[in-house]
Every structure is written in C-alpha cells, then in structure tokens.
Design a protein around this ligand. Structure first.
Ligand code: SF4
Length: 504
C-alpha cells in the first residue's frame, strides 16, 4: 500500500522480514515498517515508553495517512498493548491497532485481518444506516460498470501480473477497475471502495473477510469464483456479467483467447492423459489446480491438500468431488509422506513440496506460496485469465519427460546417455536413474524391508522394465497384492498377477 506506515513492537532481529520485500520481491525501497527492536537490557526498563517514542518518531518522519500498530510474537508476551498506547497519543492520522495472535494464527490470517481492520476503520464513517446497493446503478448513471479487485498483495503468488491480466480481461468486457487493494492502494483508494458496483475477491485468503464486511455493511456483493484456469475464468466472467446485469460472455471465448485448450487437445499432449498428480498449496491455488488438472489437462488427481485451515472446508469439498480425502496440514513431513504414499508422476505444490519432490525424485512445479525468489520473475507470468492458463500449461508440462523420450526410454533401456529417469530437455547430463533404480523406488525399498516382503532377482528385473515414473506405484500395488495373498516373496509372476488383479 501507499501512505500507510506500520509500527511493529518487535525484538532486535525481526527486521529479517525486510528481506522478503527487498530480496524476494526485489523492491527498490525499504518496507514502510518501523520496528521498536527492543533488546534484553530494555526488558528491565520501560518498553511501553519505547513503543510511544517509536510511534512518535515514525509519525513525524514518515507522516503517513494512516498508521498500523501491532506486535510480533515476542512482544505479545510482554503485553505492552502498543495499539492502545498509540491510539491514546492524539496523532493526526487514523491509528489502526492490530491484534494478531502469533501463537495461534499465521501469515495469511494476519494479512486478511489487517486489511479488514484497515478497511473497517477507514470506512466506518461512510457506513449507511441501511445497506442498500444496486449493482446495476451504472446503467442509470450512464457509465461503464466498475469493480474493485481485492486481495492482491506483495509476497502473494504472481499477484503483480494477475492484476494486469484480470484488468485486461474485464476491460475487454466493458468493465472498469476502480480500486485495486491492498497492492498499491492509498488511504484515499480505500475510502473510494464503496463507489464500485461489485467487489471481485481474487484471493479469498486475504480479502474474503473484507468483502463480506462490505457486503454486510454496504450491500456490495462479491465474486466467489477465482479465475485461474480456462473453465474457472469463464465461470468468473459469467458471475461478473450476471451480477452487473451484462449480456453473458460467449461460451467459446476461452477457446479463442487462450492457447491451453488447443495445446492440451493437440496430439502431443495425448501422453499427458491420466498422469497422476499430487496437489498441495494454499486453498485458492490448490482448488484451481485440481480443476485444471482434471478438466483441462486430462491428469488424474491422486492427492489434494492445503495448509490454509481457513480454506479447509472448500478444499475438502473439492477433494470429495474427485473421490479423495483432503490433506489439511502444515506439517511438511506429513505432506511428504502422503506424496510418497500416492506415488504421483507430477507434484504441484509450494517451495516446500519442491524440496520433498526432489528427495523423492518426482517432477514438480510451484503453484502457490510459500515461494522462492524465482517465483517473482522479471517476465510477465500471471496465473489468472487466458494468459495465465497459457503460463500454467507451459509450467506444469515442462517438468515432465517429453513424449518421445518417455517412449524411447520405455523401449531401450541400455543407452549410455538417455538412461532411466533421464530428462534431456532439462539438460541433465546423467539421469537420476543411471543405476537403473530411481529415487522413488529406492525410497520405497525401506517400506519393503519394513513389510518383510522380499523381491526375487527376476521380480526386481521385471520391475525395472516398468518406466521409472510409474515404477513406484507398481511396486506399491504389487506389495499390497502380495500381502493380501499372503506371499512372502515377489517374483515376476507375482508382479504380473498383481497387474492383472488391479486392472480387473
Ligand atoms: S527457500 Fe529461498 S527464498 Fe525461501 S528462505 Fe530459502 S533461500 Fe530464501
């Protein structure tokens, strides 16, 4: 945001958070945050006085239009009530105190609560006695319909380009964008929010509570569909058009304006059909990814989960539709275990899943925060809208072995260069499967020992003939089958019996 300053009561060292903005987001300026940076020796003195001094100095130096005041986890323990202290200082600008329980809530909740408190405090004087709002008032006023885009922020996933893409999408359909918030918004922009016909909630994790507050108090409805993927972008446009009283968009617009539908229909994508995909991320991106995989790329979703507890219900519903049970956890080891268990051929996840996928030898693409610096790229790379679908097609197919190579490695297994597990389009000089055993299978070797099942030499040899990316799954199925049948040894015959059994 612009013109908003944050005074954060926090110990020395918490300024590491600046680096998220200056290095990962590569911002050319310091974040508008002043830390009290108290030290051990300050704890014997008056830390409340330190808060007041810091607030006074920040207000004088930066002269913001609004001041946020909050505390970090350590400051929460010493209970100086910095928000209340700042409110009692008769500052000239609005002061918004933040109560963020660091031991029970996390980043997205903090961002959502902060935006909500800021909007609520700044818009309170404008709240009407009776909420009344006409989403089609633009017709009588002789202007184009106008919407706000709510939710995009720094450290969000591709927000910079999603905003541009959604803005373009709406402009083409005759809809103007009033305010984008919080990304780049000023205090004055926040005060203009009620002038829009409709709120577009792009990132529910960040903006849903603000949108529902405005719906309750001003009567402004908000969109529920997040336009990630061709199908979702179409549903989003239908929702916006219906709410604004516009003619619905053409059903084949996505086909005409995005390349994803034709690319995934073209014959080179045939080998993508049925690829097993494991999805994990924030709720919004995980749900969107599941729909794209299932409806637009022909993948089979074998695992779906989120760390966003606030989105657990929506993710559970999406998983249920796919016949799966959602994984709701913030324990990366649990996610890694689920990933190993489902033995996917592709992982779509966060930076953490990329580390886990690497350990398991699985191809992976990042679809959600937490992210690394490489997911704030210089090039335009939205996830939303028609162009976002193009970016997604390239990014998710790229880590997979290309069709011809996959076929050739399945046929000829003794090449000195194109060895098992090798992906030459990624520039590997020697594949992970050079020893004819992929990391996926070596990982499951431990499971084998634990189960007490032994593979005979010819069983192992037969298993190695299976292309490496499905080998983990075949090994697991065969072991399950052998256990069910009470076999202690697995030969090539057991493997083919198991194959027939699972096909039946
Ligand atoms: S994953 Fe990358 S961006 Fe994140 S903390 Fe590690 S080095 Fe930094």
């Amino acid at each position: 945001m612009r013109g908003v300053h944050y005074v954060l009561h926090a110990p020395q060292g918490d300024t590491y958070a600046d680096l998220l903005f200056t290095m990962i987001e590569r911002r050319g300026e310091r974040p508008p945050v002043t830390y009290t940076t108290f030290q051990a020796r300050d704890l014997g003195g008056d830390t409340a006085e330190l808060v007041k001094r810091t607030v006074r100095e920040a207000a004088e130096r930066f002269q913001p239009e609004a001041l946020l005041v909050g505390e970090s986890c350590t400051a929460e323990l010493i209970q100086d009530q910095p928000g209340a202290l700042a409110q009692g200082m008769n500052l000239t600008m609005p002061v918004v105190p933040l109560e963020l329980p660091a031991y029970s809530k996390k980043e997205n909740w903090g961002a959502s609560e902060t935006l909500y408190q800021l909007i609520r405090n700044l818009l309170k004087p404008q709240v009407p006695d009776q909420p009344q709002h006409d989403t089609q008032a633009w017709k009588a006023e002789g202007r184009r319909p106008r919407v706000n885009l709510l939710g995009p922020s720094l450290l969000g996933f591709r927000c910079r380009d999603d905003v541009l893409e959604v803005q373009r999408l709406l402009t083409v359909h005759g809809v103007d964008v009033g305010v984008v918030a919080p990304l780049g918004a000023s205090v004055n922009d926040i005060q203009r929010l009620p002038q829009a016909d409709l709120n577009v909630c792009l990132y529910p994790e960040i903006a849903e509570s603000s949108c529902s507050w405005m719906e309750r108090n001003f009567g402004i409805p908000f969109t529920r569909t997040v336009p990630i993927g061709v199908g979702a972008t179409h549903s989003f446009l239908v929702e916006v058009h219906t709410l604004l009283g516009l003619e619905p968009p053409a059903a084949d617009e996505g086909y005409q304006r995005s390349r994803l539908p034709w690319y995934s229909e073209s014959v080179d994508s045939t080998y993508l059909t049925g690829k097993r995909v494991f999805i994990f991320g924030d709720g919004t991106h995980a749900i969107a990814a599941a729909r794209i995989c299932q409806e637009e790329l022909g993948f089979e979703v074998v695992g779906l989960g989120t760390y966003s507890r606030e989105m657990a219900r929506a993710v559970r519903a999406a998983a249920k539709q796919l016949g799966l049970e959602a994984l709701i956890t913030d324990d990366y080891l649990e996610v890694e275990a689920a990933m190993a268990e489902t033995a996917p051929e592709l992982v779509l996840g966060t930076q953490m899943e990329r580390h886990s996928a690497k350990r398991l030898g699985l191809p992976c693409a990042v679809i959600s925060t937490p992210m690394h610096v490489q997911d704030v790229p210089a090039r335009t790379s939205p996830q939303m809208g028609w162009e976002g679908a193009n970016v997604i097609f390239d990014a998710w197919v790229h880590p997979l072995m290309m069709g011809l190579e996959e076929h050739l490695i399945g046929m000829f297994r003794h090449d000195f260069e194109f060895v098992d597990g090798h992906q030459s389009h990624l520039g590997h000089s020697g594949g992970s499967g050079a020893d004819t055993e992929s990391p996926t299978t070596s990982n499951t070797d431990q499971a084998k020992t634990a189960t007490g099942l032994a593979w005979t030499a010819d069983g192992e040899a037969e298993l190695r003939k299976i292309p490496f990316f499905v080998r983990g799954k075949v090994r697991r199925n065969t072991e399950t089958y052998a256990r069910e049948k009470g076999h202690l040894e697995i030969s090539s015959e057991t493997l083919y019996d198991a194959k027939a059994h699972f096909k039946a």
